[in-house]
Design a protein around this ligand. Sequence first.
Ligand SMILES: [Zn+2]
Length: 75
Amino acid sequence: MNVKDPVCNMTINSDLTEHNSKFGGNNYYFCSESCKKLFNENPKKYIKKSVFTKFLQWLSKENEKEFGNKRLSCH
Ligand SMILES: [Zn+2]
């Protein structure tokens, strides 16, 4: 399964990587031992970041639906 390394945002295969960590009932996968180490030092930092990124992606999609490709302008 393709998953994202929450630290560097690289797409990796969870079946092939040996670097994984459990946090808050979820499994997280990493491209390298150093990414895993960074995650374990401050998991919340990376989880929040990825949730926030998803939120921003959702928001821009919603805006596209609403406004199409028109640029927002005050005039
Ligand atoms: Zn990584």
